[in-house]
Design a protein around this ligand. Structure first.
Ligand code: NDP
Length: 347
């Protein structure tokens, strides 16, 4: 694979989006941040419209000086650029029924996550542009980093080039929201979805399992719940390690640890060949969970409505119940309760 292209402000020509009207569907986490960044990049307020139901998100947009439209068909009709910034699970229903029938043929649709496009759940017309500007961080950081003038990491791509100018438009949009300041990485909905779902279904489960089993082995060896909970995560040491990894490098950060720790970590990691873990990861990506072949998406859509339910009918509640019943879950509950009781006594 060749190295990915990285785009900077100087690669993005704002004339590609001159005079366009911007509609943000959603003023939540990403919507509020990206709309404010776009305005602060020089787009006049009367060229920006927030499409939102009548509630606290709409009130927030108004309080920040934006014009809000509650009628989605009216909002769709004026959009030259539509930012799709509502949760992924509601996008197909809202976009396909309330936006798609009313959009201009030449509109550019901007997605912030690849999922619905990669699995072909959104109905675009062939002449429309579909581009991705997917920040790698939460909305509040997208905003604060923009305000600081430092930009934020982001993936960009063209998923459908209906007008023939989608590439130039995608870079101009990325620049307006502040994504090309530190470099926007060329990616794709496929790559973004694969990495996201892989992290969720393979990498983090492996880390959770490693913590769970480490807890169990150390407890068997006589360590107390209190000491373990602090040692393993409540001291925030893992968070600091990842902070330093982001700043200095995944391996380089080890040099902040004691020589004993460095020796243990490096020699221990090198002695594990990772073969079975790699096979497991490949299985998740290609076979079992079928991240790439769409089977996961089909299976997940069958239970999606159940995730709104209360009580045991919601499959997430059952997964929480089982996870909280684990040795680690029970121990942490006891330790947190004890700490809360002592804090209450001393206050
Ligand atoms: P939020 O959960 O913050 O979205 C809330 C917004 O969506 C509100 O404006 C809400 O308004 C609206 N909304 C929710 N349900 C509906 C509905 N049924 N009909 C119409 N509007 C609805 O979303 P995020 O900002 O977290 O995510 C937006 C996109 O950004 C997603 O594609 C996500 O994957 C992507 N993304 C998110 C990141 C994050 O950190 N959160 C990071 C990078 C990308 P109301 O309820 O009033 O209708």
């Amino acid at each position: 694979m060749p190295a990915a292209k990285i785009y900077y402000d100087s690669d993005a020509d704002l004339s590609a989006v001159e005079g366009k009207h911007y509609v943000f569907l959603g003023f939540g986490n990403q919507g509020a941040a990206q709309a404010q960044n776009l305005r602060d990049s020089g787009i006049p307020n009367d060229k920006i419209l927030i499409a939102n139901r009548e509630d606290h998100y709409a009130e927030d947009a108004k309080s920040k000086g934006f014009t809000v439209e509650h009628d989605f068909s009216k909002a769709a009709a004026v959009a030259d650029v539509l930012f799709l910034l509502i949760p992924d699970q509601v996008q197909p229903r809202v976009f396909n029924t309330q936006f798609a029938p009313n959009l201009k043929e030449s509109v550019t649709i901007v997605i912030a996550s690849g999922y619905n496009v990669f699995y072909k759940l959104l109905n675009f017309s062939p002449k429309q542009d579909v581009v991705m500007a997917a920040p790698r961080m939460i909305g509040s950081s997208v905003r604060t980093l923009y305000v600081k003038g430092s930009g934020f990491p982001c993936f960009v791509s063209v998923e459908q080039d209906g007008t023939g100018n989608a590439h130039a438009i995608s870079l101009a949009i990325a620049r307006l929201i502040g994504a090309t300041k530190t470099g926007a990485i060329a990616s794709s909905a496929r790559e973004e979805t694969a990495m996201d779902l892989f992290a969720e279904q393979a990498l983090w489960p492996t880390i959770i399992m490693a913590f769970r089993e480490a807890f169990s082995v150390l407890k068997e060896a006589g360590c107390s719940d209190e000491a373990l909970v602090y040692e393993m995560w409540m001291s925030r040491e893992p968070a600091e390690i990842f902070e330093r990894a982001a700043d200095e490098g995944f391996i380089e950060q080890l040099k902040h640890h004691s020589p004993t720790s460095q020796f243990g970590q490096l020699s221990g990691a090198l002695s594990l060949d990772g073969k079975s873990t790699k096979e497991w990861f490949q299985h998740i990506l290609h076979n079992q969970a079928c991240v790439l072949n769409g089977k996961f998406c089909k299976e997940f859509s069958k239970i999606e409505d159940d995730l709104e339910k209360e009580g045991p009918e919601n499959p997430l509640n059952e997964l929480y119940r089982r996870s909280e019943a684990s040795e680690l879950g029970q121990a942490e509950k006891r330790v947190r309760q004890r700490l809360a009781e002592s804090a209450a006594k001393s206050s």
